[in-house]
Design a protein around this ligand. Structure first.
Ligand code: SAH
Length: 331
């Protein structure tokens, strides 16, 4: 492909991204998941334009999203099935309310490039987490999306570190409890605390009654303080949301709350040197657009630990499909 062709190919992917979101939003993905449909049938039941539906599905089928048979019926494929309702679905991320938030943010990217400030704040008039707290529908979609992103990696994180040597683990900003569920299942003696904002704790969907017997739910603001008296403090996908100064506050709060001999475990993607293909660099730009945070190198985390009175002890890699490392720090 020529350089110009390659660039136009990349920029054209935006059309695919919109089409994928639309087959979710209109219900096309759910209909086809039930059984194969022609575009005419889809158009009739969903009040759409048959010709437009056909052309959209033909484009998606060329990417392996749906497959057309010789009678013009579109069937589900593994790539289309994750767009339909169901336990493995990623549809919440692609539904209109969340998509509108994301696209409005992209329109403000020039603001980020000029100022270094998040496009999100320019688009929505307030910081990301304030917006989620003020808009329960968006907040719920974000929590569900985080749980979706985290679920495949939680078991790898629980395996990557020997939690068995500790009594109580606090998951600071632990969301819906997926990581704690993985740890509690693997280590039958450990006790846990799920700490997050009150509205997030309303749905600790990963913790069933038997796990909840070993897990306290504690609401609060991690910039004020975190629950005291534990020997392990987990921060997974938290520090990358915040500035260096805020990260030092969070780490200090954990250090102050922690028992002697305890550990702080920061679980984050690590920025590697060089320009090899690396999705973490796109994730970093995502953080820049949404929050005042960033993805960081190990050296950057190490320097922030020092400022908080902690020392980096080890970096534990995690197994696929996780793309995060467990960075262990102690006083
Ligand atoms: N650790 C989880 C969730 C990460 S998303 C995971 O890896 O999937 C960031 C989390 O930080 C959200 O659950 C959010 O509610 C929480 N959070 C944001 N600001 C907070 C605050 N001031 N106090 C406590 N939790 C906060």
């Amino acid at each position: 492909m020529s350089p110009a062709g390659r660039i136009l190919h990349i920029t054209g992917q935006v059309q695919l991204a919109r089409a994928i979101a639309l087959v979710v939003e209109t219900g096309i993905a759910d209909h086809i998941e039930g059984h194969a449909h022609t575009p005419v049938e889809l158009a009739e039941s969903l009040n759409l334009h048959a010709g437009a539906v056909h052309r959209l599905l033909r484009m998606l089928a060329a990417e392996g999203i749906f497959a057309e048979d010789e009678h013009g019926r579109f069937h589900p494929t593994p790539l289309s099935s994750v767009l339909a309702s169901g336990p493995a679905s990623i549809r919440d991320l692609l539904r209109q309310p969340w998509q509108d938030i994301v696209w409005a943010t992209y329109l403000q990217m020039p603001h980020t490039l000029k100022t270094g400030e998040p496009a999100f704040d320019a688009a929505h008039g307030m910081p990301f987490f304030d917006f989620l707290a003020a808009n329960p529908e968006a907040g719920g979609l974000f929590d569900a999306a985080m749980a979706l992103i985290s679920e495949p990696e939680d078991a790898s994180v629980a395996e990557a570190f020997d939690f068995g040597a500790y009594d109580t683990v606090v998951d600071v900003g632990g969301g819906r409890g997926g990581l704690l569920a993985a740890i509690l299942r693997r280590y039958s003696d450990i006790q846990a605390v799920l700490f997050d904002q009150p509205q997030v704790l309303e749905e600790p969907s990963f913790l069933d009654d038997s796990l909840l017997r070993r897990c306290q739910l504690v609401p609060g603001d991690f910039f004020s303080e975190v629950p005291a008296g534990a020997d392990l403090y987990l921060l997974k996908r938290i520090l990358h949301d915040w500035t260096d100064a805020q990260v030092v506050t969070l780490l200090r709060n954990c250090r102050d709350a922690m028992l002697a001999g305890g550990r702080v475990l920061v679980v984050e993607a690590i920025i590697q040197p060089g320009n090899a293909p690396d999705p973490i660099k796109a994730q970093d730009v995502g953080m820049m657009l949404l929050t005042h945070g960033r993805e960081r190198t190990v050296a950057e985390y190490s320097a922030l630990f020092e400022q908080a009175g902690l020392t980096l002890r080890a970096v534990h890699p995690t197994a696929e499909p996780a793309r995060v490392a467990v960075i262990e720090a102690a006083v």
